[in-house]
Design a protein around this ligand. Structure first.
Ligand code: WTA
Length: 654
């Protein structure tokens, strides 16, 4: 709550410099307003014009938006194109020698690849995929560290019309298994291991484990990129990346697909235990990625763009693999961690590669402030012209540090609100148009009809806020949940929202109409900018033979934004002493790490003989949240079945 209070009182306003406004792609508020007006005057015409101007079509579309089977919207459906063609081939004649990717490895070594060579490598790998019988519509799971290869693998899938599903390397074998089986993948692309913070860590064993869990009979190929040279066990359907591409040609005719052909599935957490496979389109998705590069990142040919997100998340999809390449940018990709060899790594890399546009998450900013708040001053950051923030609300203190210490009070900050489901930025400043304020993502992108409604779907404009919704369909939005259209319909378009897209966040607007995101309205936590479902972690815990019941809540955390607190009821007695409790808590944390992945490990575990429930047996989560925060319990607990257990649950296992 303190966070929300402080942002409510924020009065600092930062207007872009004349110099920035002059060179901006959308220059001044009037230019922004003109775009908004155009979108309101003729919604479909507006998007059609942008889609024609921005994308390269093999076959032009004649239909724009098809709402006949709402909310299963279709955009530009009879048009044909290929995303990999738009990202690579379009630059072959104009700028083949331009560096596409500057890859900096964990150990600091740097590899550059230009557009000509990247195109050749993507084609070669695409031909390799085809040689394994992989074709349009097949699902391919990618489980790779940050690397040029990860981008090549994704682009190669797009080139042949295969649907990739990237799984973040921090997910466990069980999570990987769940995604492979749900997507019914026919191939997995992985590496022997990955380097992080000076250490080689295995990756392939998780794939072997996942495939051994059953239900993966459809996986006929496991392609392994050799990164760490560590020993791996080898299965019959395994093939080294380098062997797969040997002898393959360096051109590959793109598979021309409908604009509605699924480009990828990306799993994300929702309010039930099972992650949902968010399905994105080809045309609408790429349009969103490119327009936001142009408008929000004010992209220029001279830029060196760096988005620090992993390709395992949507941010890495849109602003590492697709958006920057489609624009013909030079971008930085980093294998390692921001704190190795020290907390100046990001700043050193900005200096070394002359980064102009830097995009990261508040959690990274907060931890770097803590580990070395004065480190940016040791480096030459004069190349920077624009900063970005994504994934969670940025607190004004972190914002001000980012603005003054990293951006040297020269660079606008674009605080970008969006989601896995929206594919690209929805609410964010156009930096040469609107003034910015710490903690607000400002105004919707032109054409995005975001607003705030109450539980009946009526728009509200006061400071109390309500549910964040988007009133009209937009090109880059989720098309469905893979294999579960009902869940898509119910989750995002509940009846009372009148056909608006329900984002799952609450927000309010200030006197300038700027949006302030207040947090999730569902059982989703945002831990270090990662989405985690409370039910997902609860199911993981109760799968442990010792656990009878578990409840997960979030509590504010200085660095991570939110921390995971687990309340656990054992099948047997509570641990006898502090040492036993500590041992068991550690075992359970590791268990969750194994079930879901290290990112989901509870920060705190508390054991009780029971959970606080109403007489009807409902867990009182509000009470648990108060206990987790260490707040005085002021609410009436007389309806509680078992008030005595509250004392037990106050004890944190250390
Ligand atoms: C939160 C990440 C405040 C929000 C791109 C959303 C934000 C969820 C912001 C989506 C922001 C994202 N300010 N909150 N600028 N950006 N969020 O799917 O709760 O991993 O619903 O997509 O992150 O997380 P996801």
């Amino acid at each position: 709550m303190s966070n929300i209070q402080s942002v409510l009182h924020e009065t600092r306003v930062f207007t872009p410099s004349d110099e920035f406004v002059k060179q901006a792609n959308v220059s001044g508020m009037s230019a922004y307003q003109a775009l908004v007006d155009a979108s309101q005057k003729d919604y479909e015409g507006y998007w059609a014009k942008l889609a024609r101007e921005t994308l390269q079509w093999k076959k032009p579309f004649t239909k724009v938006l098809d709402e006949s089977n709402a909310p299963f919207y279709k955009w530009f459906e009879d048009g044909e194109l290929n995303v990999s063609y738009n990202c690579l081939d379009t630059h072959l004649t104009t700028q083949p020698e331009k560096t596409a990717i500057i890859f900096e490895a964990d150990d600091g070594s740097v590899t550059r690849i230009n557009y000509r060579d990247l195109h050749a490598r993507v084609c070669q790998f695409a031909n390799g995929l085809k040689s394994r019988g992989i074709k349009k519509g097949d699902r391919v799971v990618i489980y790779l560290p940050m690397s040029i290869e990860a981008v090549v693998a994704m682009q190669a899938c797009a080139r042949i019309g295969a649907i990739h599903s990237v799984v973040f390397g921090g997910f466990s074998s069980k999570s990987l298994h769940e995604r492979i089986t749900d997507a019914q993948a026919c191939a997995v692309i992985t590496s022997d291991g990955q380097f992080r913070g000076g250490k080689a860590m295995p990756l392939k064993p998780a794939v072997d484990e996942a495939l051994g869990m059953g239900g993966c009979e459809g996986v006929h190929s496991v392609i392994v990129y050799q990164r760490t040279n560590s020993e791996v066990t080898w299965g019959g359907n395994n093939i080294w990346w380098h062997d797969l591409v040997t002898g393959q040609g360096t051109t590959c005719e793109p598979e021309w697909v409908s604009a509605e052909h699924p480009l990828f599935i990306l799993y994300t957490s929702g309010s039930t235990g099972k992650p949902k496979g968010v399905q994105h389109s080809t045309g609408g998705y790429l349009l969103g990625a490119m327009l936001s590069m142009k408008w929000v990142f004010d992209y220029k040919d001279s830029d060196v763009f760096w988005c620090t997100a992993d390709v395992g998340w949507i941010t890495g999809h849109s602003y590492v693999t697709y958006g920057p390449l489609a624009m013909g940018a030079t971008e930085v990709i980093f294998e390692g961690v921001p704190t190795y060899p020290d907390a100046g790594r990001f700043w050193k890399m900005i200096q070394d590669h002359k980064v102009t546009t830097f995009y990261t998450a508040p959690t990274a900013i907060r931890s770097l402030i803590k580990l070395g708040g004065d480190l940016p001053r040791k480096y030459d950051l004069s190349s920077l012209r624009l900063l970005g923030s994504v994934g969670e609300p940025i607190n004004p203190e972190a914002w001000m540090w980012y603005y003054t210490e990293v951006g040297q009070s020269r660079c606008p900050i674009v605080d970008t609100w969006w989601q896995t489901e929206t594919g690209s930025h929805m609410i964010a400043p156009l930096p040469g148009a609107m003034p910015i304020k710490p903690g607000t993502c400002t105004l919707p992108l032109p054409g995005i009809q975001a607003t705030i409604v109450n539980e009946n779907g009526d728009e509200v404009f006061d400071q109390h806020g309500g549910f964040l919704v988007i009133k009209r369909p937009f090109p880059s939005q989720i098309r469905t949940i893979w294999g579960d259209p009902e869940r898509y319909k119910k989750g995002y378009f509940p009846h009372e929202m009148r056909g608006y897209y329900l984002a799952g966040d609450s927000a309010h607007r200030d006197e300038d109409g700027y949006f302030w995101i207040m947090g999730r309205i569902d059982d989703v936590l945002n831990v270090s900018g990662h989405r985690l479902g409370t039910m997902e972690i609860e199911s993981a815990l109760v799968a442990n033979p010792l656990v009878a019941e578990a409840a997960i809540v979030g509590k504010p955390h200085e660095i991570k934004g939110e921390a995971v607190v687990a309340f656990v009821v054992l099948k047997g007695a509570r641990p006898a002493d502090a040492a036993a409790a500590k041992k068991l808590a550690e075992d359970l944390r590791n268990w969750v790490g194994h079930e879901i992945g290290p990112i989901a490990k509870p920060d705190e575990i508390r054991f009780g003989e029971n959970l606080p429930k109403t007489r009807s047996g409902k867990i009182m989560r509000r009470l648990l949240r108060a206990i987790a925060k260490g707040e005085e319990i002021t609410q009436d607990v007389s309806t509680l079945e078992n008030p005595a257990i509250l004392e037990q649950l106050k004890e944190v296992v250390r």
